[in-house]
Design a protein around this ligand. Structure first.
Ligand SMILES: [Zn+2]
Length: 371
């Protein structure tokens, strides 16, 4: 398909040099707003940034076309260290200079969508109406999309371009995630003089954790304790311990069961030692799952074949903006853009994958509804 590869690469390299670590997306938002407007899109924004402490905001856009619009989405923010990216292109592979991430997560998605919009408008290719949402603060909790006004969009289905693996991978299921914060309170006492008057919060917390099923629970469920904090002098029975963990599952019932199990382990241990428990469970996002013969999944598979890529169906181990969009009423599936080794300073992407990402978007845009 007739994309302008040189322009696409130039755009991508410019985007990655715009600093946009999570909550500092303003400059990226301004650039995308001007690029979308120059293409002829109607562009609007929200106030999500103010709600979550970002200087940026989510950007929405619409390109007039045939039929019901199809939604294209990618996120503007990058993880740290993401400022001062100096991209290097060598033998068809783009990397950072080694001291920052590259930011192909998710600027490969942004650049691919922009190139597709430019191509269909410039070459006057008949295309479906398209809507776009570029989000802030995807990394670290999907907070941009959680605060987005999706009711300003009319699309009922779309894609989120935000996953590792060569273009062609279609993420048909992704887990839900819940976070568990436990504060265990015992009773302090001199550990040498009268330890029997104390209740060790550390002992109770450890007893609870050691009774837990953790890490790989089953094929679709995982759990982990990531934080354990308690520090007292050795001659004091410790009265407080903070434990933070998470569970994920592609099955919401199993997610609830695992969180319930972890909670029960803490309750039993606190009861046994006479400690008290304050426990908070935050559901970060819920799972999504589609069959391979789902109508939207088939549409995306056809688009992959059209650009010469074999569709590969994958289950993800993590959530993305699509988890939230699916629960807010826009059916969305995540597709890969070829980004690789993301969230590390070895992050990389091939020029070929950038091109395929733009081509995939064009194939989806030009998949016109039947008359
Ligand atoms: Zn991402």
């Amino acid at each position: 398909m007739m994309i302008d590869s040189e322009r696409l690469l130039k755009t991508f390299l410019e985007y990655v040099t715009i600093d946009s670590e999570t909550l500092s997306e303003l400059e990226m938002a301004l650039r995308l707003t001007s690029d979308l407007a120059a293409i002829g899109c109607e562009v609007w924004r929200d106030n999500a940034g103010a709600a979550i402490g970002s200087n940026g905001y989510n950007i929405y856009a619409k390109l007039a076309g045939v039929g019901e619009p199809f939604l294209f989405s990618a996120h503007m923010d990058t993880v740290k260290p993401g400022n001062g990216v100096k991209p290097i292109v060598r033998d068809g592979v783009i990397t950072s200079s080694g001291d920052t991430v590259l930011g192909s997560d998710d600027k490969s998605g942004l650049a691919g969508i922009i190139e597709a919009l430019r191509t269909v408008t410039e070459k006057k290719i008949p295309h479906r109406a398209a809507e776009i949402i570029f989000t802030i603060a995807e990394e670290g909790g999907l907070n941009g999309v959680k605060n987005a006004d999706l009711s300003s969009l009319i699309s009922k289905e779309g894609v989120v371009l935000d996953c590792v693996a060569d273009v062609g991978s279609i993420i048909i299921s992704a887990p839900g995630q819940a976070r568990l914060t436990a504060v265990i309170t015992g009773r302090s006492s001199h550990a040498g003089a009268e330890p029997e008057k104390g209740v060790s919060a550390i002992q109770a917390a450890c007893d609870g954790i050691s009774a837990m099923k953790l890490l790989r629970i089953d094929a679709e469920t995982t759990a982990n304790i990531g934080t354990f904090k308690s520090e007292f002098a050795t001659n004091i029975v410790p009265e407080k311990a903070l434990v933070i963990g998470e569970a994920r599952s592609r099955n919401d019932g199993k997610l609830n069961a695992q969180i319930g199990h972890m909670k029960k382990c803490f309750e039993d241990a606190c009861l046994k030692y006479g400690a008290t428990l304050e426990l908070q469970v935050d559901t970060q996002y819920l799972s999504y799952s589609f069959e391979q013969d789902d109508q939207l999944v088939r549409k995306i598979s056809d688009a992959c074949r059209k650009i010469g890529q074999k569709p590969v169906f994958e289950a993800s181990g993590g959530g993305s903006d699509a988890n939230i969009m699916n629960r807010k009423g826009i059916k969305t599936v995540v597709v890969s853009t070829g980004m690789d080794k993301v969230h590390t300073t070895s992050e990389r992407i091939t020029v070929k994958n950038l091109e395929d990402t733009a081509r995939l978007c064009i194939a989806l845009m030009t998949d016109l509804p039947a008359q």
